[in-house]
Design a protein around this ligand. Structure first.
Ligand SMILES: Nc1nc2c(ncn2[C@@H]2O[C@H](COP(=O)(O)OP(=O)(O)OP(=O)(O)O)[C@@H](O)[C@H]2O)c(=O)[nH]1
Ligand SMILES: [Mg+2]
Ligand SMILES: [Zn+2]
Length: 293
C-alpha cells in the first residue's frame, strides 16, 4: 500500500491525530515495531503512514526532525512566538531573553509578542518592546482582549509551524482564541493573590489556523536550563551582540571585560540595552557553572 505523509497534531491515549498533506485529519496508531523500538512520536513530527479501509491510519516511519524542543515535546517548529504580558503578570526580562536564546539555538526564529497592551498605564512595557526591536527581533504589541495587533500576528503565522511560549497567564491561549474564535480553548484568570497564571494549558497540541499554518499552544517550556549551549556560542544567540561583536579585538571575545571589546562599548554607548547585556552575563555564568560537573 502506498505511503502517505503528514504531520502529527497531537497524541491522544496511544493514538495520534495526523494532518495529511491534503488537509484531512487521520486518527493513527503506530506500527508495533515503532512501539517496540521505543521511538517516541511527538506533536510536529512528520510521519509516513498507511491508510486503512476504515479511514484510520498506521504510522510506519518518523521522518528526521529539523529540531526538537522538550518539556513539552514539540518537533519541527519554525518560529517561536515568545509571549509576555505588559502587565498581570509583569514581564520577566531574563526569562524572555532565555526563551529567545532557546529558540535561536534550536534554529527557530523568535518573535517577541507583548500582549495585554490594553492594560498599559505607563511607558515601561513599550520601552521593553522597543529594546527587542532594536536588538533585531520581530516584535508585536497586541491585545487578545481588544483585538489590537491580532491581524498582524495572523500575517506572521501564515504557512509556518509556530509555537506560542511564555509564562503562565500571559495570554497564549487567549491569543489563539482571538485568532480563531470558534476554537474556544480554556483560559483562566491570573491569580489575584500571587499575580501569576494558573498553568491552565497542560498539553501541547498543534492547531490549524489555515491550510499550512499550524500553531502550538503550550504550557510554556519549563526546561530552561540552556543545556547543550557552549559558552563561546552564547553571544551568537543575541543578534545585537552577533553584530557588534564583529568589532571586538579578539575573535574569541566573550565580552566580559576583554580589552578592545566592541560589545562592551556598545553597551556603554546605549546601543545595546543594559538589560540584554545583564541577561547575557547571567546566562553565561549559568553555562559555566553547569559545565563544572
Ligand atoms: N486585559 C487583558 N487580559 C488578557 C489578555 N489576554 C489574556 N488575558 C487574560 O489573562 C488570563 C490568562 O490568559 P490565558 O490565555 O489562560 O494565559 P496562558 O498564557 O494561556 O496561560 P497558561 O495556559 O497557564 O500558560 C485570562 O484571564 C485572560 O482573559 C489581554 O490582551 N488583555
Ligand atoms: Mg494556556
Ligand atoms: Zn567583545
Amino acid at each position: 500500500m502506498a505511503l502517505k505523509t503528514g504531520i502529527v497534531l497531537r497524541g491522544v491515549g496511544g493514538f495520534f491525530d495526523v494532518r495529511s498533506d491534503r488537509g484531512t485529519v487521520i486518527r493513527c496508531r503506530p506500527r508495533g515495531r515503532i512501539r517496540l523500538d521505543n521511538i517516541v512520536i511527538i506533536a510536529g513530527d512528520r510521519v509516513e503512514y498507511t491508510l486503512l479501509e476504515d479511514g484510520q491510519g498506521i504510522i510506519e516511519n518518523i521522518l528526521p526532525r529539523s529540531n526538537m524542543l522538550t518539556r513539552p515535546s514539540l518537533a519541527n517548529v519554525e518560529q517561536m512566538i515568545v509571549v509576555s504580558a505588559c502587565a498581570r503578570p509583569q514581564p520577566e526580562i531574563t526569562l524572555l531573553d532565555r526563551l529567545a536564546v532557546l529558540s535561536e539555538s534550536n534554529n527557530i526564529e523568535p518573535i517577541l509578542c507583548f500582549n495585554k497592551i490594553d492594560l498599559v498605564t505607563d511607558e515601561l512595557p513599550l520601552k521593553l518592546a522597543a529594546i527587542y526591536k532594536k536588538a533585531g527581533y520581530k516584535t508585536l504589541k497586541c491585545s487578545a482582549k481588544t483585538g489590537t495587533g491580532i491581524e498582524e500576528l495572523r500575517a506572521l503565522l501564515i504557512n509556518r509551524i509556530s509555537s506560542f511560549t511564555g509564562p503562565s497567564g500571559v495570554g497564549k491561549t487567549s491569543l489563539l482564541n482571538a485568532l480563531m474564535p470558534n476554537l474556544d480553548l480554556v483560559t483562566q484568570e491570573v491569580s489575584r493573590k500571587t499575580g501569576r497564571g494558573r498553568q491552565t494549558t497542560r498539553q501541547v497540541a498543534l492547531i490549524e489556523l489555515a491550510p499550512g499554518s499550524l500553531i502550538a499552544d503550550t504550557p510554556g517550556f519549563s526546561q530552561l536550563q540552556l543545556t547543550g549551549i557552549e559558552l563561546q556560542d552564547l553571544n551568537h544567540y543575541f543578534p545585537e551582540m552577533r553584530k557588534h561583536g564583529e568589532g571586538c579585538r579578539f575573535t574569541s571575545c566573550l565580552h566580559r571585560g576583554e580589552p578592545g571589546c566592541a560589545v562592551k562599548e556598545a553597551v556603554e554607548a546605549g546601543e545595546i540595552a543594559q538589560s540584554r547585556y545583564r541577561s547575557y552575563l547571567i546566562l553565561a555564568k549559568e553555562i559555566e557553572q553547569t559545565r563544572q560537573y
